[in-house]
Design a protein around this ligand. Structure first.
Ligand code: UZR
Ligand code: MG
Length: 211
């Protein structure tokens, strides 16, 4: 890999299908040439807080993320150096002691609810996507996922959604749609949008190879 990598941002609200879109793009490329970085991995280290204090954190607020570290890592990858990607422990609500070593690649996909909120991150991206889905579909997906995968109760998911997730979405996530190059409706199901993205990325890679 000789040239600067292509950085693609995939934003969108919870349950919008952004992780699916990011993975669908990811799987179309050779693992040697692409890497997927989840903003979730860059939730701030909270090891200095007690477990009870960590439960009080607003995880849908821009300040919950260590964007300085994410930016530094994107810059390192862009300059051809590897990174130690942090691993977030959802059970303990803090950064774990593990890291994942990531070598530089041709294509970097950055995926997360608030990746378009930080101007410094936006400036790193060549293509910015906002995956869109109606709020009723998103809450249904979130309910199923949190109950099945995270052992939450219906009441706790609804309570968290109405008190935190929804207001933060309206205040911080939805407004970042304006920064997107492409708005993708019906996220993971949208084959046309995914194929268009893959074609576009391949074109950029080929152009860079010729330069
Ligand atoms: P997606 N989140 C947790 O539930 N627990 C944590 O420790 C850290 C994050 C949730 C976060 C946000 N909110 O809505 C969601 N809360 O992960 C973002 N509360 O992830 O886009 O995949 O839904
Ligand atoms: Mg996700």
């Amino acid at each position: 890999m000789s040239n600067k990598p292509i950085v693609i941002g995939v934003a969108g609200g919870t349950g919008s299908g952004k992780t699916t879109v990011a993975k669908e793009i990811f799987y179309q490329f050779n693992e040697q040439s692409i890497v997927l970085i989840e903003q979730d991995a860059y939730y701030k280290d909270q090891s200095h807080l007690s477990f009870e204090e960590r439960l009080e954190t607003n995880y849908d607020h821009p300040l919950a993320f260590d964007n300085d570290l994410l930016l530094e890592h994107l810059q390192l990858l862009s300059s051809g150096r590897g990174i130690n990607k942090p691993v977030y422990d959802y059970k303990e609500h803090t950064r774990s002691n593990d890291v994942i070593v990531i070598e530089p690649k041709d294509v970097i996909i950055v995926e997360g609810i608030l990746i378009l909120e930080d101007e410094r991150l936006r400036d790193m991206m060549d293509i910015k996507l906002f995956v869109d889905a109606d709020a009723d579909i998103r809450i249904i997906r979130r309910l199923v996922r949190d109950i099945e995968d995270r052992g939450r109760s219906i009441e706790s998911v609804i309570d968290q959604y109405t008190s935190v997730v929804r207001p933060m979405h309206l205040q911080f996530i939805e407004p970042t749609k304006r920064y997107a190059d492409v708005i993708v409706p019906e996220g993971g199901q949208n084959r046309v949008a995914i194929d268009l993205m893959v074609t576009k990325i391949r074109t950029i890679i080929e152009e860079k190879a010729i330069l």
